[in-house]
Write a protein that binds this ligand. Structure first.
Ligand code: 26Q
Length: 834
């Protein structure tokens, strides 16, 4: 029998024999003898007796044992692709927010039933062992986590695909809350060796720069006319598809100096000077920029983007050339997806390769480039659209600037041809924005230089086409499309919420793990008393588990019988954490006025990081913490309202909290949140959504049924329409609860010992026009909140809606999203490993 025949697709509880045959060796000897892989790693890697090993050593041994298990399959995946030479997809992203890998890899390899037992751990020890793994926090938020979910789906669907990113030495900063304020600490996640990465020195690439760069007082200084180069060293990480059939690769580039010492300098005795060159060369991958919505225009960030693009293209072109001799085949063998504009220098770099290395003519090079590249947009915020000074291109790679200007010249000719006399349109579509300093509009570059531009939810794609880049959409309507985001149900349901996963599997089987639309089968159980009881029991278990963790980890006590109401995401004005806080103040004020008021007890959870330079966002964090302290200190509401700000939001924290959530707040100003993805995770885990008609939340409501959703507020059209006359004062003057809440803030009720500190918040809402229209939506938010709260009293009615939400969440699997990218953009097909 061939090996392929032995491997049954995604069999959840495969026999031990099947596992051994699939992986070529056992992960652990189940007889518990001394030869077990796990114990061998303890002994041979750490030179320690299994009995004496600490948790970190045990983690490393377990991770190495799992890596042993997957290595053969990983190699086989690579050789299958080489042999079969299928068209491949490459996902280029500045961010991959991976989180932890050990438990995920065990889940996807379906080794769970064996592992904990084989390591001889009690459940508690096992959980402690998993905690030893630092989160790989190589991303800011949604865009980076989406990239990680996509990798999971691509591997699960056996697509010949690869991720390319940067191996930041420091990931997203660690957040601590001190006296209510955010403080940032470096995330030194690689302090200890990472068991998942494999350094591939032999595949290093050299990156050429037209200038030299030095760090001076923390800023990057270019020395023009002195060309230099950096080495890109790939570090590969396995991406285990569910079922363990396909193991794809995420390749992260590390920057290193060409020579650690420039020997001529060294021989002149300039030891430190020679060293400085290596420090500068190292910086491109030193740290992740912690901004998710403002372009700070930092030269080092530009260098990072250039570095990612040149390393990745050199690598994938080398691979393409190994299997193909004809350059014209590139679009038939390679699809490159640009995760936002961050890697959009791929347009001039691919042109450069085709023009200068392959020596093709412009027209052919342009045709190949466009048919190979595709671009995803993730934001409509004007301040987040990348616009890099022409000067940066000139300094880093003069040839890129020449190519961009030539693309722009031809684009201008095309626009003049199509719209004679419309010079304004030529200006608007141009790749170059004229100003005191001319800049390249990276979104225009990505749209013009690719064959596909997609948004990440229906409304977002529509607004992108109709507003943000309208002229280009008119010019190239066929390039524009939508791909509504999704999330991987393996990490976000199967792994994060084992209680609910089991309850679901008990009634509809386990096919949902790879075909999430099967969750629709839950609809007919929504009123089945025994299912409702099991479902509610799973939620309660998850809440108890979270409460226990919170108390042991942070010493915070919360009531698992209260409604767990959550808002966890980056702190940004458009996401309106401040609107949530205003709601809480109003509820608090009602209880103060009438302590006998009937109101279900509630715990409000917030978590999220603010960009270090975003002053108002940091003040919002301080405000939430002061609100929490004020409410905690008031005996009138004790046991009825509680606010908790969870520090250091990250993937692992989301995995803990989301299963325990009753209510998910998705309350951005309509038209501003491109999609949202935590909204989907909450829905899958049986939370009810309290939200605005924005991003993918609209599509979630369509799937679950409007009657099972708690939508409120202005829609995107109304927001746009009312901008010209909106006056927040009107709400202050006419809505007593709104006024009382604002007066408490202005009267330092939440800042008794820090008078005046919240004035900027009060001013943003009342004096500076309330750009995100908090006050316009507060009343309808409270009204929806009231409906939700009243429903809580009816446990069966609540559970029914929650079940119908889970049942309606099938569309939001990243498997569905990736299937659409693969067939509608990439034309890439599954390539089973054999
Ligand atoms: C750009 C230039 C310089 C420095 C930083 C940046 C930068 C970095 C990260 C700009 C934007 C980001 C991240 C954006 C992001 O996460 N967007 C979110 O993407 C999700 C996935 O599509 C959506 O669900 C969210 O709605 C969107 O906000």
């Amino acid at each position: 029998m061939s090996q392929a025949a032995i491997i049954s697709p995604a069999a959840p509880h495969m026999s031990r024999q099947g596992l051994l045959e699939r992986y070529g060796c056992g992960p652990f000897h189940f007889t518990g003898d001394r030869d077990a892989l796990y114990e061998r790693h303890l002994l041979f890697d750490n030179v320690i007796d299994a009995q004496k090993a600490g948790l970190r050593e045990k983690f490393e041994a377990a991770a190495h044992a799992i890596r042993d298990v997957l290595s053969q399959r990983w190699v086989l995946t690579g050789s299958t692709y080489e042999r079969q030479n299928p068209k491949r997809a490459y996902y280029l992203s500045m961010e991959f927010l991976i989180g932890r890998s050990l438990a995920n890899n065990i889940t996807n390899l379906q080794l769970e039933p064996f592992v904990a037992r084989a390591t001889g751990q009690t459940n508690l020890d096992w959980l402690g062992l998993l905690e030893q793994e630092p989160d790989a926090g190589l991303g800011n938020g949604g865009l980076g986590r989406l990239a990680a979910c996509f990798l999971d789906s691509m591997a699960t669907m056996q697509l010949p695909a690869m991720g390319y990113g940067l191996r930041y030495e420091y990931g997203m900063f660690r957040q601590s809350i001190e006296d209510g304020w955010q403080r940032e600490y470096p995330d030194n996640w690689l302090r200890r060796p990472d068991p998942w990465e494999v350094e591939r020195l032999e595949e290093a690439v050299e990156v050429s720069l037209d200038s030299s760069f030095e760090l001076q007082n923390g800023a990057l200084r270019a020395v023009p006319g002195r060309p230099s180069s950096i080495l890109g060293i790939p570090f590969d990480r396995p991406v285990v598809g569910y079922g363990g059939e396909t193991i794809n690769t995420l390749r992260l580039w590390d920057a290193a100096a060409q020579d650690y010492f420039q020997l001529d300098n060294f021989s002149h005795g300039d030891f430190v000077g020679a060293f400085a060159a290596s420090i500068a060369a190292n910086t491109p991958t030193r740290v992740l920029y912690p901004d998710d919505s403002t372009q700070q225009g930092q030269a080092l960030r530009f260098l990072q983007e250039y570095f990612l693009v040149t390393c990745s293209l050199a690598d994938l072109i080398r691979r393409f050339r190994r299997g193909n001799s004809d350059w014209s085949l590139l679009p038939d063998k390679v699809a490159i997806q640009l995760n936002d504009t961050h890697p959009s220098l791929a347009v001039p770099e691919l042109m450069r390769i085709l023009l200068d290395d392959a020596r093709l003519g412009w027209d052919e090079a342009w045709d190949i480039t466009r048919r190979t590249l595709a671009y995803t947009n993730h934001t409509l915020l004007p301040e987040a659209l990348e616009k890099w000074p022409l000067r940066y291109l000139e300094l880093v790679r003069r040839r890129h600037l020449d190519i961009v200007l030539e693309i722009d010249r031809r684009l201008g000719a095309e626009v003049r041809d199509r719209y004679p006399g419309d010079e304004e349109r030529v200006g608007r579509t141009s790749l170059v924005e004229r100003g005191p300093e001319d800049r390249v509009r990276m979104a225009n570059l990505a749209i013009v230089g690719s064959h596909s531009t997609n948004g990440v939810a229906a409304i977002h794609s529509q607004l992108l086409r109709e507003n943000t880049v309208r002229d280009l959409a008119e010019l190239y309507p066929e390039r524009f499309n939508n791909k509504t985001n999704g999330v991987t149900p393996r990490r976000w349901l199967l792994l994060a919420n084992p209680e609910l996963a089991q309850v679901v599997t008990d009634v509809i089987g386990d096919g949902w793990t790879t075909e999430l639309s099967q969750l629709a089968g839950l609809r007919r159980f929504a009123s089945d008393p025994s299912f409702v009881e099991a479902f509610a029991g799973a939620k309660r278990e998850a809440k108890l588990r979270f409460a226990a963790w919170l108390s042991s980890r942070h010493g915070q006590v919360v009531d698992p019988d209260s409604i767990f109401d959550c808002q966890i995401k980056r702190i940004h004005e458009y996401k309106r954490q401040l609107l949530n806080a205003l709601r809480i103040i109003v509820l608090y004020d009602r209880l103060r006025a009438d302590p006998d008021l009937e109101m279900a007890p509630r715990t409000f959870f917030f978590a999220g990081k603010a960009a270090p330079a975003y002053v108002l966002a940091k003040l919002i964090i301080k405000f939430i913490n002061n609100l929490a302290r004020t409410i905690d200190g008031d005996p009138v509401v004790r046991g009825r309202l509680k606010v908790v700000f969870l520090p250091d939001y990250c993937v692992s924290l989301a995995e803990r909290l989301i299963p325990a959530a009753d209510v998910s707040n998705q309350i951005s100003t309509a038209g501003y949140e491109a999609s949202g993805t935590s909204n989907m995770k909450f829905m899958m885990n049986g939370a009810l959504t309290l939200g605005t008609r924005d991003g993918a939340t609209i599509e979630m409501m369509e799937e679950a049924g409007e009657e099972n959703f708690f939508l409120f507020g202005l829609n995107a059209e109304e927001v746009a329409e009312s901008r010209s006359w909106y006056n927040p004062r009107w709400h202050y003057d006419n809505e007593p609860e709104t006024r009382a809440a604002l007066d408490l803030i202005a009267g330092d009720y939440f800042s008794r010992y820090e008078p005046g500190i919240f004035a900027p918040l009060h001013e943003a809402l009342l004096e500076h026009g309330d750009h995100y229209m908090h006050l316009a939506d507060l009343t309808s938010y409270l009204e929806a909140d009231g409906r939700l709260c009243r429903l809580y009293a009816d446990a069966g009615g609540w559970a029914r809606k929650a079940i119908l939400n889970v049942a309606g969440s099938g569309k939001f699997s990243s498997d569905r999203t990736i299937a659409q990218y693969a067939s509608e953009i990439w034309n890439v097909k599954a390539c089973p490993v054999m």
